[in-house]
Design a protein around this ligand. Structure first.
Ligand code: FE2
Length: 216
């Protein structure tokens, strides 16, 4: 494969966005469901922490490895790029606020704190949803024509390396949860063979067990 000429398949990012939409979409309900129940807030708190980190990593990867290359090489609508930055900043503020609150709530299951975090996510979801949709519709076609394969792979590696090794199979479960067969096969091509095998043998079961406990 020629990795120095522009032209990449960006569909991987659509799969990542599905995880973000799905998991953040249900976090408010999960926070509320754990009110005054510390056994449950420990489970939900750990999941929320993982997803906040996942979203944060996704955005910093774009900020550092994607947007600068696009700005350098493509004729971009300045309003669109400003909007992308503003949306990232808004979402990051919410992520930071919830990340600050989360450890205490995880230990205490304090109902008011849970409600507050739920409300903050509810208030941020429209921005996040608009952002992901606009990125898919307007930016990914430009990315696809602008980045080389190795540049695109660097973004994937940035995301992957931020996930602790012990959690990678669970994240793989999240990414493949809503894929159709063709999407799943395609995504699994970027997963090393030992991890694919481990997912088949134990990872999928672990993922199902965890998400069943989380979603209640
Ligand atoms: Fe994205």
């Amino acid at each position: 494969m020629n990795t120095s000429a522009p032209g990449v398949d960006t569909h991987e990012m659509v799969l990542i966005h599905r995880v973000i939409r799905r998991e953040f979409g249900q976090l408010p309900r999960l926070f509320r469901s754990a009110a005054n129940n510390p056994a449950r807030s420990k489970i939900i708190g750990a999941h929320a922490r993982e997803m906040l980190h996942f979203l944060h990593t996704h955005h910093t990867g774009e900020d550092e490895l994607l947007f600068p290359l696009l700005r350098e090489r493509a004729a971009l609508d300045p309003e669109l790029m400003n909007r992308m930055d503003t949306q990232h900043a808004q979402v990051n503020d919410a992520v930071a606020a919830i990340s600050t609150e989360l450890p205490m709530w995880t230990a205490s299951a304090d109902a008011a704190a849970g409600k507050q975090m739920a409300a903050l996510i509810d208030a941020t979801m429209p921005t996040l949803i608009d952002h992901l949709a606009e990125e898919e519709q307007k930016l990914l076609p430009i990315v696809s024509a602008t980045l080389t394969q190795s540049e695109w792979d660097a973004l994937g590696k940035h995301g992957m390396s931020a996930i602790p090794v012990t959690r990678r199979l669970i994240i793989l479960g999240h990414i493949t949860e809503e894929t159709d067969e063709a999407e799943r096969q395609k995504f699994l091509q970027v997963v090393p063979a030992p991890a694919r095998l481990a997912y088949k043998l134990v990872g999928h079961r672990q993922f199902t067990r965890e998400t069943t406990a989380i979603r209640g």
